[in-house]
Design a protein. Sequence first.
Length: 649
Amino acid sequence: MENKKTFYITTPIYYPSAKLHIGNTYTTVAADAVARFKRLTGYDVMFLTGSDEHGQKIQRIAEEKGINPKAYVDEIVETIKHLWKIMNISYDKYIRTTDDYHKETVKKIFNKLYEKGDIYKDSYEGWYCTPCESFWTETQLVDGKCPDCGRPVEKAKEEAYFFKMSKYADKLIEYIETHPDFIQPESRKNEMLNNFLRPGLQDLCVSRTSFNWGIPVEFDKGHVVYVWIDALSNYISTLGYENSKENLMEKYWPADVHLVGKDIIRFHTIYWPIMLMALDLPLPKQVFGHGWLLVDGGKMSKSKGNVVDPEILVKEFGTDAVRYYLLHEIPFGSDGIFTNEKFINKTNSDLANDLGNLVSRTVAMIQKYFDSVIPAPTAKEEIDNELISLAIATPKKVEEAIDKYKLPEALDNIWDLIKRANKYIDETMPWALAKEEDKKERLGTVLYNLSETIRFVSVLVSSFLPETSEKINGKLNVELTSWDTLASFDGTKAGTKVEKGENLFPRIDVKKKLEELEKIRQEQLAKVEEQNVQPMQPLKPEITIDDFDKIDLRVVKVLECEPVKKANKLLKLKVDLDGEERQVISGIAKYYKPEDLIGKYVVLVANLKPVKLRGELSQGMILAASTDDDSKLFTVSIPGDLPTGSQVR
């Protein structure tokens, strides 16, 4: 049996965020449409997405929440996977940079580059942007802020390892110039060459010592591998490169395309290719940098308050309406505009009026004129041939557009067929044919042609609107859904019974729905304000310094921690108080897992009279702070370099 052609497509691995917005969703939906289409046309597809889970930002957030970083990212990853399920994303693999096999790969890559002489030790002093995990020189800053995200930066100096980017710069320039399709669109290629490569590359910082939430450098304690080698190598670690997983490198590498946003194209077209060159590995065939989905004239961000929640859109309009807008209204490679009004109008015009009406009118006429049974075609007329010729020609047009990642153009080709079928109804006037007995066969041919055209449409839209395709197939009881059945216009079986069911896309009252969405937005804003600004509880009666001096607060280290049996809210901790081991019962099980606390240095009220709680002795109390509604609680943590038993004043 002949092996299938392979196709490897990736999205960036997402930095864990409590909420992904519709702009983040775009890349993954686009990759999903391409992956589905390639599977449809006979490819063995590997579609990779995932999450980038190490770094200083994650560590800081976790510390603020009083939990360990892994527990924090575990929770966030579930929200990402939940969104991909809602958006009907058919990824083949989801990689996490905290996966053991990935860490194995990263360590070996770092060691290999070091042994080759491409990584060296030095110190770095510059301006650091924590959200972007990037160092900048004074001249690179824009108005004293990060040139990428516009946020404040902080002065940083630390010992680090550096990767010799400059060594490979000329080789990469030559490669880009001799492989014109490597960076697309053309504007991105010119930007990388003229703004970054030709002016001269600086060597890249690839380790950090100011935090420890990362993959350790094996030969130098205290260093962790910095984000670039860690995150970017996911594309090959998932294929078993230098780890214990099944080795799929020969099958899938080099990747056919990395789909990335324009804000991270530099990392994927300069840092990543140079890493691959240093490892003597082939470069991906193409990196495609798409634009942003803009709201109110700017990129979506929480700080601007213009974030659009994809879950709300899906709940209100359905997954396929959201997918359609993303795939059709953003010129691939350029920026697109999102407004609720534009989104609703497009849903009404393209999905309800064009596609929805075509299907509902056809099914209704088959029900009315042929007792719900698709009739057999007879002799064709010239007007039939026009529709049939367009149907036969459309799959090739769609495939050519997909191969160039022109997703809006691919959908336009499908909609040309949909619009032609609607026009065909107006031209043939089935309702008039039904009034004449001698036109029964002609009416049957018209309705068969419409049914077969809809089958073509269903197969063609299945990659973009998978749920809609399934609904269409259910209405017309379509059996033949493979790509090769589009080679001839005869896949619909005469005698098949149709089922009307609900409309694919009911028409939306624009004014009413806009008012509803605005109400939802206002409720969300009020909820955020309420969460961020809570009224403070009244202060307790004043005490004197003598009263405060009675409380003895001490630093202790948590040695062991486990749940108290038959007590959902209680944890049993064993703590070290300057060599003395104590047992403390604490009502923090709602907020912490036992493993989150082991090894932490916390503050103990050491002179509290011992009591028994649920039959367990408690020799003190862990100091913690909570919100007034108890929705959040944080233990008071102390740096580990302070000896246990130290007094907190």
